[in-house]
Design a binder for this molecule. Structure first.
Ligand code: ZN
Length: 271
């Protein structure tokens, strides 16, 4: 029987994604650094503050509705709820409205379905909350804790990160490069306002220099990773592994008998 081994697009050795919460003006400098080093970010935005500028939610200095689409071009805008409540202590109906209202505003500004999310205040792995988020259209969701692991979680509705911006990432990145797993992912999360608060913007420049513009790494938003991993996991394989069908809209790569192969959307390949 043929063995099918996961591969990132074009046979890249690993993937790098990042995620940033709350949408403050400091995202501007962060995006500039990402664009300089070829990194990708997912930006989780509370739309309540975009709609009502006078209402303070939890931070000062939010970005504006007017700049959102242009600022995050080439990156991803995702849900962080309309007003940043504690979801696991909220009624189902309120969780639903908070997510759908955030989607509605962000979708009208970006022009695409906004279906990724980061949990405000993180929170426990709560089946009730996850069910409401799914009902509201959310496809993946990130809590705030990190695990210093490069494994893809089975449950992308509670998608832990590898490290926070304050983690000593030099040894961790070295460990990542040496890790032999074909599906390895390095996932950094944080808040852009923590860099000026802690007076350490150079950390992000250093991260860009260390990890950016490598030919063996796929730089992707959370949703691009979600799309790819979900398409891979949903490949339809015949019982004897003689043929595989890709029913998704994403091209998928795999290795078999030591060879790298690609399967186009809608295509059936023989092994
Ligand atoms: Zn937040």
């Amino acid at each position: 029987m043929n063995k099918l081994i996961f591969s990132w697009p074009n046979g890249k050795a690993g993937a790098l994604t990042t995620s940033w919460d709350d949408g403050t003006v400091h995202d501007r400098r962060l995006v500039a650094i990402f664009n300089k080093y070829g990194l990708k970010g997912t930006f989780n935005i509370n739309s309540g503050v975009l709609v009502n500028r006078t209402k303070k939610i939890i931070r000062d200095n939010y970005i504006t509705a007017k700049e959102l689409s242009r600022l995050f071009k080439g990156h991803e805008v995702a849900v962080h709820t309309a007003t940043h409540p504690v979801l696991w202590r909220s009624p189902d109906s309120m969780i639903f409205s908070e997510v759908v209202e955030d989607r509605r505003v962000l979708e009208s500004l970006t022009g695409y379905p906004v279906l990724g999310m980061a949990l405000p205040y993180g929170g426990p792995n709560d089946e009730r909350v996850k069910k409401v988020l799914k009902d509201a259209g959310i496809l993946y969701c990130r809590p705030v804790f990190h695990v210093e692991s490069f494994e893809l979680p089975s449950d992308l509705m509670y998608w832990h990160s590898t490290c926070h911006q304050s983690t000593d990432f030099v040894p961790l990145w070295d460990k990542f490069l040496k890790n032999p797993n074909p599906e390895k992912l390095f996932y950094l999360w944080g808040h852009s306002y923590e860099f000026p608060r802690d007076n350490n913007w150079e950390r992000m420049e250093d991260f860009g220099k260390l990890t950016g513009k490598r030919k063996d790494i796929w730089y992707a938003t959370n949703m691009q990773i979600y799309n790819y991993v979900t398409a891979w996991r949903n490949l339809s394989c015949s019982v004897e592994m003689q043929s595989i069908e890709n029913k998704s809209a994403t091209e998928v790569w795999f290795k078999t008998d030591g060879k790298l192969r690609k399967i186009e959307p809608g295509q059936i390949v023989k092994l």
